[in-house]
Ligand binder design. Structure first.
Ligand SMILES: C[S@@+](CC[C@H](N)C(=O)[O-])C[C@H]1O[C@@H](n2cnc3c(N)ncnc32)[C@H](O)[C@@H]1O
Length: 314
């Protein structure tokens, strides 16, 4: 069963949201990355730079961090947050599955640690114009990289009923995938489906009466939105590609830490890490994933579904 994070609603957009953002599983990431003073680290999902800031503080004045994000707006925010570490950071607007190319361009063979904190940030979720939010109406976009070609609008308005149902089932484990896909295809005969509100209303109408929300924990369209987001951004493909080579760029003793938010991602990480351990490439630092403490989940709903896995290169 996929566990899906409910949409996190935080305060309204702030002038500088990066400064307010609290990274998920921060203490655990710092502990298990086992930071080395003066080390070289990669944050493959820079976001608002929360984990990156803590890593930079942990590795001292001689440490270096390479930060990647496929969202140039996230890079801009992180740059502001990390301005005080001038000279210690390299920012790359790129997908982490291109890390091999990024490191080659920088003439770097290996690093002391790599962190991936998968999914989207609250900064992306909370901006209605990005089209990730069920509760705040916006265009059906959902691209993490605003320069990417395909939007959620394109998928919803051009794929066949069968293809939409597949996406909802495979990436959202939505048990009403067939009904929802049929309602989507019927609705778009009238006019294209353009906004997040229109889509969530269609999903609600597709739900059998008895399944309509009565104080439900998550919005009934959550699985549909998450599935579409995964499809638009080809999230699982990016993770799969990265997992094939990520460890190759670690120094012996270097660590790879991955935080995932649903079981589709976590399963890929778990299986790959176990296989690499069997092949003698890595040591499993955690036999089981680490979850956020009750204290953290009470302050940050998104942390409820976060889980961390870590391996060390042999
Ligand atoms: C959960 S946020 C990371 C938050 C960050 N750890 C912090 O403390 O602020 C995930 C970020 O990763 C980026 N991202 C997701 N998939 C990516 C990929 N394949 N390549 C590069 N960046 C990605 C998203 O754009 C988003 O900014």
């Amino acid at each position: 069963m996929i566990q899906i994070a409910d949409e996190k609603r935080t305060e309204p957009m702030n002038e500088n949201p990066a400064e307010k953002h609290i990274p998920v599983l921060l203490n655990e990431v710092l502990e298990y990355l086992d930071l080395k003073e003066g080390g070289l680290y990669v944050d493959g999902t820079l976001g608002m730079g929360g984990h990156a800031q803590a890593i930079l503080e942990g590795i001292g004045d001689n440490g270096q961090l390479i930060g990647l994000d496929r969202d140039d707006r996230a890079i801009a925010l992180a740059k502001r947050r990390l301005a005080k570490f001038d000279g210690q950071c390299t920012f790359c607007h790129d997908n982490f599955y291109h890390l091999n190319r990024v490191l080659q361009d920088l003439d770097i063979d290996s690093v002391d640690g790599i962190l991936l904190d998968l999914g989207i940030s609250s900064f992306q979720m909370d901006d209605p114009d990005r089209g990730f939010s069920i509760r705040n109406d916006g265009p059906l976009d959902m691209r993490m990289n605003p320069q990417a070609q395909i939007t959620a609008f394109d998928l919803i308005n051009s794929l066949s009923e069968k293809e939409i149902a597949h996406i909802l089932r495979d990436y959202g484990e939505e048990r009403f995938s067939g009904r929802i896909a049929r309602h989507i295809v019927n609705a778009r005969v009238e006019k294209p489906i353009e906004t997040t509100n229109e889509l969530s209303q269609i999903v609600l109408r597709a739900m059998p009466f008895s399944k309509k929300p009565k104080g439900e924990r998550i919005h009934p369209a959550t699985r549909t939105f998450q599935a579409l987001r995964i499809a638009v951004n080809r999230e699982l493909e990016a993770l799969e590609q990265f997992l094939q080579f990520g460890v190759d760029f670690l120094k012996p003793g270097g660590r790879l830490a991955i935080i995932s938010f649903h079981s589709l991602e976590d399963r890929k990480v778990k299986i790959t890490f176990r296989q690499m351990a069997k092949d003698g490439q890595v040591k499993l630092i955690l036999k089981k994933p680490v979850f956020a403490s009750d204290e953290e989940t009470s302050q940050n709903k998104r942390a409820r579904s976060a889980r961390l896995r870590v391996v060390e290169k042999i």
